[in-house]
Write a protein that binds this ligand. Structure first.
Ligand SMILES: Cc1cc2nc3c(=O)[nH]c(=O)nc-3n(C[C@H](O)[C@H](O)[C@H](O)COP(=O)(O)OP(=O)(O)OC[C@H]3O[C@@H](n4cnc5c(N)ncnc54)[C@H](O)[C@@H]3O)c2cc1C
Length: 490
């Protein structure tokens, strides 16, 4: 099953691939919310641009998000105040609050049908009120409207909730597709099925052709160039699981547990009826080896809503930075005309709007906050080293080259419908044995940086626990940062 947004919107007519070489002012890698918002912002300024999308517009994390349009990002403001100080924390708060209003404005101005609905956003707590009180005070100090309440519309008792009124929810895929069309009408070129495989100086490389640009933007969720930038040392990817239900009572607000990874709720519309989205878990990509997440979520839902019916289930991943603030701005000191927007920490809807505004202004040579909380050049050594340490022993380079077959007795002992790491003559292979018994044998090393892959039994994918690249059972790329498929052995 795909996400509720894909079920709802269906397939879109495919756009053309890049065909041959071209030149433009700004090449945007990635057609998620960040990429299409940026293309729109550049065209507003009359700047020529193209978007190079590996799959289809909105097919990445955007199409798997829960679509809460809010400046309430869990419990973040007390932390930002203490770690970054008032000026920078206020920049984050005000930019994200403005982004909510900007969505409302754009939806109206461009007539984008995406179920944009105003609602309150709540962080609820079942573990006392202290953290909510601190957050409410911090949010108010930063100029946000934050109200504590003791009751919610949730189907279980809570100690209380922190409400941000006048936020919103929408269908993120419908919005991304709608805005992409508008950006094209305004002159942006959008290419799909066009994976960028590298960038050499100011030339963007794909299998279909090249784009020579004055500015290159990495809006591809996880930056695909390792050096310079070193984003692979600064971020991990976290995967969450979601289900959508019919038959639960309508829920007007958007709710999230103060405890990270616990239940998130929001109402939605599906086929002219009310639906409910429940999301949970916060698993490092490639570490979901236990499985059973969708079953568990559905059984929780059925406790609250015994009559409910499953209409969609999906998972998606987002990049997490060490300090929980995205990297938006110059890619590295050595590449003044490369830009990046990443590390949205599962709050990328308003942050994508912030990124588009900031990067468009930088490209246009307009004044931007130089000492910004979003500056990608900030670098926290300790957490980055931890991220690296997590990879140690996993980054042995070099993939076995020769074709081979595994012994029949080894293969026939593997469970059907599951993936297993199989050792043979000192080498480990990622083997999926399908329901008919046929084995799909791949290298077990991620082509990005050589980490050992893990099997995700819920989604039946191979995943890199270091940087979050994902592959199908046949080795096709499902998620960046890899730009190379997994080597097929047999
Ligand atoms: C389960 C979940 C729920 C979430 N819910 C919310 C929410 O309610 N509110 C909120 O604010 N945020 C939420 N988020 C976060 C938010 O969805 C993301 O941060 C945001 O969508 C990221 O947008 P993006 O454009 O940066 O990335 P993406 O949408 O992933 O777009 C990047 C695009 O780049 C393409 N790409 C990758 N590599 C290449 C390449 N080499 N060449 C060309 N193209 C490439 C991909 O195909 C993809 O389409 C959620 C995240 C998750 C995981």
């Amino acid at each position: 099953m795909a996400s509720i947004w894909r079920e709802k919107n269906g397939e879109e007519t495919r756009r053309p691939q890049l065909a041959g070489d071209m030149e433009t002012e700004a090449a945007i890698i990635g057609g998620g919310l960040t990429g299409v918002l940026l293309a729109y912002r550049l065209r507003e300024r009359g700047i020529a641009c193209c978007v190079l999308e590996a799959d289809a517009v909105g097919s990445g994390t955007t199409g798997g998000s829960t679509g809460k349009v809010t400046a309430q990002h869990g419990l973040i403001y007390a932390k930002l105040l203490s770690e970054f100080g008032r000026t920078k924390a206020k920049e984050y708060a005000q930019c994200n609050a403005a982004a909510v209003e900007e969505y409302a404005y754009l939806v109206e101005k461009e007539g984008i049908a995406c179920d944009f609905t105003r609602c309150s956003a709540y962080v609820y707590s079942r573990d006392g009120m202290a953290a909510l009180r601190d957050e409410a005070e911090a949010a108010r100090r930063l100029g946000l409207n934050a109200v504590l309440s003791e009751v919610t519309k949730l189907p279980f008792p809570v100690d209380g909730a922190l409400c941000f009124p006048d936020q919103a929810r929408f269908d993120p895929l419908a919005f991304a597709r709608g805005l992409a069309k508008r950006a094209e009408e305004m002159g942006a070129a959008i290419f799909e099925q066009t994976r960028v495989t590298g960038v050499e100086d100011m030339c963007v490389l794909t299998a279909e052709g090249t784009v020579q640009a004055k500015h290159v933007v990495f809006a591809c969720h996880y930056p695909i160039i390792n050096i310079p930038g070193y984003y692979f040392l600064r971020m991990s990817q976290q995967r969450s699981f979601a289900i959508a239900l019919r038959g639960a009572p309508p829920l007007s607000g958007a709710y999230i547990d103060a405890q990270q990874g616990a239940l998130s709720f929001r109402g939605a519309r599906f086929q002219d009826a009310d639906a409910l989205i429940l999301a949970a878990y916060d698993v490092r990509s490639g570490k979901n080896t236990a499985g059973g997440k969708y079953r568990e979520l559905l059984s929780i839902a059925r406790k609250f809503y015994p009559e409910c019916e499953l209409i969609a289930q999906w998972s998606a991943q987002d990049c997490r930075t060490a300090d929980e603030v995205p990297y938006i701005g110059r890619y590295s000191a050595e590449t003044p005309n490369w830009y990046v927007a990443t590390g949205f920490n599962k709050w990328g809807i308003t942050n994508a709007m912030v990124a588009a505004a900031r990067i468009a202004a930088m490209i246009a040579g307009e004044a931007v906050e130089e000492d910004s909380i979003y500056d990608p050049q900030r670098f926290k050594l300790l957490p980055s080293m931890k991220n690296l340490a997590g990879d140690a022993g996993n980054t042995i380079a070099g993939l076995a080259k020769e074709a081979f077959s595994l012994p029949e007795e080894t293969l026939s002992a593997l469970p059907r419908g599951e993936g297993s790491i199989v050792e043979h003559e000192g080498e480990k292979y990622a083997v999926y044995r399908d329901e008919s018994g046929e084995a799909h044998i791949l290298s077990s090393r991620c082509p990005h940086l050589g980490c050992r892959l893990e099997w995700n039994p819920d989604d039946r994918t191979w995943e890199c626990p270091c940087h979050g690249s994902r592959f199908s059972i046949n080795g096709e790329i499902l998620s960046e940062p890899t730009v190379r498929e997994l080597e097929r052995k047999a």
